[in-house]
Design a protein around this ligand. Structure first.
Ligand code: NAD
Ligand code: UD1
Length: 337
């Protein structure tokens, strides 16, 4: 019995590999290294003190996937593999639909061939779109997304729900992540963005280490307590533990279920910057600039369903997230090298 982790070399995947092994699961990992470095998995092996099989494989490669299923009995798949840059998805929509949607369809087809019908899928709070008030509940309408990346997540959710309707043996857990940040407390694995970071925390940590002169705060005139955008930041290790609980659940239940994985707390851009400076004793200079197109004022979760059904709650706070991000960034100023 093993759990296949697609995209397991990436940011959330590498942390989840570790937590799955800590919980006693055997894992098989695959990734095409499109956005990750093999060193991440070497570090996961060292931290776990355990080895696991790895396949360099693309989720769109049906024969490559079959090879994995021929060699291992896979009970469930945790499916992280995908492209995730919002701006890039606007420029290259077909790549996003091919990789994220097409790849997921191929993966499900091969899973079904081998009688493996359990999937834990990486969805995003982005599926709630612009129109819903926070705290966001799983029952709120989805689909009013503003970019192709978000649309791939919405479409995949719908495909996986359809699959569960078509065949009652399927078990799908759709996890809607809020804003994952932080790093493993060892400082050995963390987020390693290519080029200029799009997301707030990697940008803050690159300013703190001197790679970038200042943070641009995208707007201070939102209808929020300090005027800057409010989000639900969640420590990546808490998120990884959520996948352990979701796997436990998928092994025992059939059908499609959706869960928010967030803390339920809203944090503004300036709250995050000030906490980062205080906890780590480093300055993060910033300038307020215009709003970023497509941003909303406030987005945070109601995580009650995950607590009640999965018995999961986020345990780490914003200070932990800032401390662990800085440990990773300062120990690995150039990422995995
Ligand atoms: P990541 O880019 O670090 O990890 C994704 C991994 O998938 C990478 O290692 C990449 O090489 C691999 N990959 C991509 N396409 C592949 C393919 N066709 N075949 C095999 N491997 C492939 O991203 P992450 O932050 O760890 O995100 C993991 C998942 O969670 C993604 O699906 C992402 O959309 C989703 N998600 C992330 C966030 C976030 O803020 N990080 C928020 C919501 C949802
Ligand atoms: C972004 C994506 C979203 C994706 C999520 C993954 C956009 C429009 N949305 O969401 O689809 O699911 O990442 O985590 O890209 N900010 C700054 N300066 C920066 C960067 C960000 O002020 O340099 C602000 C933003 O305006 C926002 C907050 O920080 O208020 C968080 O931004 P970010 O980390 O990009 O996450 P989201 O906007 O929630």
């Amino acid at each position: 019995m093993a759990i296949l982790i697609t995209g397991g070399c990436g940011f959330i995947g590498s942390h989840t590999c570790l937590e799955m092994m800590s919980a006693g699961y055997d894992i098989v990992v695959m990734d095409n290294y499109y956005n990750s470095d093999p060193i991440a998995l070497e570090r996961v092996r060292a931290l776990a003190g355990r080895d696991f099989p790895f396949y360099e494989c693309d989720i769109r490669d049906a024969d490559g996937l079959r090879n994995i299923f021929e060699h291992h009995t896979i009970d469930a798949v945790i499916h992280f593999a995908g492209l995730k840059a919002v701006g890039e998805s606007v420029q290259k929509p077909l790549e996003y639909y091919d990789n994220n949607v097409g790849g997921t369809v191929t993966l499900c087809e091969v899973m079904a061939e081998y009688g493996c019908k359990r999937m834990i899928f990486s969805s995003s709070a982005t599926v709630y779109g612009m129109g819903n008030p926070s705290p966001l509940l799983e029952t709120y309408p989805t689909g009013a997304v503003t970019n192709p990346y978000g649309r791939t997540k919405y479409v995949i959710e719908e495909i996986l729900k359809d699959l569960c309707v078509s065949d009652p043996e399927w078990s799908v857990v759709l996890l809607r992540y809020f804003n994952p940040i932080g790093a493993h407390e060892s400082g050995q694995i963390g987020e390693n963005p290519n080029g200029i970071p799009n997301n707030l925390m990697p940008y803050v940590s690159q300013v703190a280490i001197g790679k970038r002169p200042f943070l641009s705060v995208f707007g201070d005139d939102y209808d929020t307590p300090d005027g800057t955008g409010v989000r639900d930041y969640i420590h990546v290790v808490d998120l990884a533990k959520g996948h352990v609980k979701a796997t436990d659940y998928a092994l025992e239940n059939a059908g499609a279920e959706v869960f928010n994985l967030g803390t339920g707390k809203g944090t503004s851009v300036l709250d995050l910057v000030k906490t980062f400076e205080k906890v780590n004793g480093v300055p993060v200079p910033y300038k307020v600039v215009a709003r970023r197109a497509g941003d909303i004022a406030t987005c945070y979760s109601d995580p009650t369903k995950a607590k009640e059904v999965l018995h999961w709650v986020a345990e780490k706070d914003l200070e932990d997230m800032c401390r662990d991000t800085w440990k990773w960034q300062s120990q690995n100023p150039d990422g995995f090298c």
